[in-house]
Design a protein around this ligand. Structure first.
Ligand code: C2E
Ligand code: MG
Ligand code: MG
Length: 689
């Protein structure tokens, strides 16, 4: 039973569990899952296959053991020449000659066979023949010995030949049995003729049969045991291989992004550490490139998450194909963000690679119809940084720098690549300091508001002021908003600063009715943040100001994406009575589509249009813009009125409101804190404020 039963048990083993589990995990995603290889399904060998595997292995062992086995056997056989001389001296010369003839012939034959690569079966036959002829070669001359009693005793040694056929050599069971049976038969023939008593013949014959039976049985058991050992070893080997493979697969999975098949953040972070230590120890510089798929949330909203996944897979495949030329690594850093690491640190090369990344994504031409910046395919913004000799270099810094560059790429209209430039104030350490300063700005009274009047053109009255934020450093130096506002937006500090600005406006000017309306600049980041409208309502409630005293200016600037959260927030703010103005109209990318989506109370036309009015082309442009906004039914405010001529032009064009140095420069709250001071105060005083 042994072998077959074991085989059945093995076949019933539930060995595919790991494969099934992992496979389910991997394929539970919504779109096509790329690259991740599950465990290999285990091959189950059948009984015949196992037998033949066993035979192959046993044959290999027999082949290896045939030479030393026969040499040892022949050596012992020849040593028995000594007993020939002692027990049967009269015929010893014949037996010894026979021993040498058989021994040498057998060894020569085997060596020749081994040299010619004869089949293992033939090696067995040679060894078996050596046993049989060795037996005959010794027995026949010994029979002729004069001392019959000695011959009779000496014949007992014949069992050694039987034992060597069954136990010493590892013949196949069949060859062992045939050999030992021949020896048994020869013995019976000799036993018949040997001149001994009947008792001797019976005892001797029985001993021979017992010996034959016993050694054959042990031989059979040994063969079976060998097969079992083989099966166990095979099973252990398979299990070991499986465990190794499963370990490898788990490691692969733990380091692979299941959607794209790229390395995941953990793996790429490890690689980044390797690159970094190479740079530190060997001076091998490298570049880190961050890639962000533009307007991906919008893509998901428009086409659904399955398409979104497919888009990411396409981008991942194209980039990993492209990156091969640069011997780089690519990983998914999270969401729609990828990272590329490459062993290049020359500015031009890094710029080329970053540009190539951009163009690769663009060339996929995946449709993205609903983005609002005039491009209708999927593109990516790319930020790159590379190792430079600098003090206090840190691993995180290079990613931070790439992140800054990515931010600039987005700010530059996306679908472009930017390299981190340490001399750029936007990306330098200065902005790091600014970020730290912004955190303590409110607590340390470093931030304040100034107000710039807004005049109604028809009535000449100052009907509102715009609140503009000011920041000073600890030493009192002023930081322009063009520097600190982007940093505040990037770091999220704008949320707290924005709330502080609204509260201050309400408390400083509106609560005590110094000014009728104040417009406050609000960043899209604030509008996107859940709870913003509620926090405004709370401030209004706390300061006792009604919503219609506030206007929020939204700039169609960097953050062009018109998020559904923004639209919802705007409608909540409108419910509070707050007016929504569109700031700097004409400078961004999305102004027109914003006009379509949001019912702005007032549109502020950017001052660059007024300042370009010196040329007929510029004048025509301004008129066109005015006509466009007017046709949409919004009130028009023109920014940057600096001269009386410009003011006259505004009157001529029938503009509703104006703002600019000619009307009044930004001034602190104190300038407006007489009751309705703004309406009574001549603008000349304000100008000097
Ligand atoms: P903005 O909202 O378009 O503000 C008008 C900017 O134009 C102000 O610059 C103002 O000083 C300047 N300005 C006004 N009249 C004239 C003029 O006749 N000629 C010229 N050349 N410039 C004029 P400022 O104060 O440097 O602010 C720059 C920008 O910073 C603002 O542009 C606004 O986008 C942003 N900002 C200012 N305060 C805040 C705030 O509290 N929150 C947010 N989110 N952004 C703010
Ligand atoms: Mg403004
Ligand atoms: Mg403006």
């Amino acid at each position: 039973m042994g072998a077959e039963a074991r085989n059945e048990v093995r076949i019933q083993d539930p060995r595919q569990t790991g494969f099934v589990l992992m496979n389910e995990r991997v394929s539970s995603g919504s779109a096509d899952i790329a690259h991740v290889e599950p465990f290999e399904q285990r091959h189950e060998p059948g009984a015949d296959e196992l037998r033949s595997l066993f035979q192959k292995e046993v044959q290999a062992v027999r082949r290896k053991e045939a030479r030393p086995g026969l040499w040892i056997a022949v050596a012992i056989y020849l040593l028995f020449s000594a007993t020939d001389l002692l027990l049967i001296p009269d015929v010893a010369v014949y037996t010894i000659t026979a021993r040498f003839v058989v021994g040498v012939t057998a060894l020569l034959t085997l060596e020749a066979q081994l040299r010619r690569g004869a089949a293992t079966g033939w090696l067995d036959v040679t060894c078996a023949a050596a046993i049989i002829f060795g037996y005959i070669g010794w027995l026949c001359p010994a029979m002729g010995g004069a001392d019959r009693e000695s011959v009779a005793y000496y014949m007992v040694f014949g069992t050694i030949f039987m034992m060597s056929a069954n136990l010493f050599f590892t013949f196949s069971f069949r060859v062992s049995i045939v050999t030992s049976t021949i020896i048994l038969c020869i013995l019976y023939v000799v036993n018949y003729f040997v001149p001994a008593s009947l008792t001797y013949k019976m005892v001797f014959g029985t001993f021979y049969v017992s010996c034959f039976t016993f050694t054959s049985y042990v031989n059979w058991k040994l063969n079976e045991e060998r097969y079992n050992v083989f099966l166990n070893a095979l099973e252990a080997k398979i299990q070991h291989n499986e465990a190794t493979e499963r370990g490898r697969a788990l490691l692969r999975l733990s380091r692979t992004d299941p959607l794209t098949g790229l390395e995941n953040r953990r793996a790429i972070d490890e690689k980044l550490r390797d690159y970094w230590s190479d740079w530190q120890k060997l001076g091998n510089g490298f570049a880190a490139i961050l890639i962000d798929v533009d307007f991906f949330k919008k893509f998901n909203d428009c086409y659904g998450h399955q398409e979104g996944d497919r888009c990411l897979i396409q981008v991942a495949n194209a980039l990993s194909e492209m990156i091969k030329q640069y011997d780089g690594s690519i990983g998914r850093y999270g969401g729609e963000e990828f990272i590329v690491l490459a062993r290049i640190d020359k500015k031009d090369q890094v710029a080329d690679l970053a540009e190539a990344v951009c163009r690769t994504v663009e060339s996929l031409a995946i449709a993205h119809e609903l983005r609002r910046d005039g491009i209708s395919i999927v593109t990516a913004s790319v930020g790159a940084a590379f190792t430079r000799k600098q003090t206090a270099a840190k691993l995180e810094k290079i990613i931070h720098e790439a992140d800054r560059a990515l931010y600039l790429a987005k700010a530059s209209g996306r679908n472009c690549a930017r390299l981190f430039d340490p001399t750029d104030p936007q990306s330098s350490d200065e902005s790091e300091n600014l970020a730290a300063l912004l955190k303590i700005a409110i607590g340390q009274n470093l931030v304040s508001l100034v107000y710039q009047p807004i005049q109604d053109v028809a009535s000449g009255k100052f009907e509102a002021v715009e609140a503009l934020m000011r920041l000073k450093m600890l030493d009192g130096t002023l930081v322009p908003p063009s520097l600190f506002i982007p940093v505040a937006e990037r770091t999220g500090a704008i949320l707290e600063l924005g709330r502080w600005a609204i509260r201050t406006v309400c408390a400083e000017l509106l609560a005590r009715d110094h000014v009728r309306v104040v417009s406050v600049n609000v960043s899209p980041i604030q509008l996107k943040t859940p709870g913003f409208a509620t926090s405004v309502a709370t401030i209004l409630g706390e300061t006792g100001v009604t919503g219609n005293r506030l206007a929020f200016e939204i700039t169609e600037g960097l953050e062009m994406e018109m998020h559904s959260d923004i639209l919802r927030c705007i409608s909540d703010l409108k419910l509070l009575g707050i007016r929504i103005w569109l700031d700097d109209f004409g400078t961004g990318f999305a102004g027109l589509s914003w006009l379509r989506l949001i019912d702005f109370d007032t549109v502020k036309i950017d001052r660059s249009f007024l300042h370009d009015c010196g040329t007929p082309k510029g004048m025509a442009m301004l008129q066109d813009i005015i006509a466009l906004v007017r046709n949409r039914g919004h009130k028009i405010l023109v920014e940057g009125v600096e001269t009386e001529e410009q003011m006259a032009l505004m009157r001529q064009f029938g503009i509703d409101k104006v703002q600019g140095f000619h009307v009044g420069r930004p001034a602190p709250a104190a300038s407006f804190q007489g009751k309705r001071a703004i309406q009574k105060r001549p603008f000349t005083i304000l100008k000097s404020a």
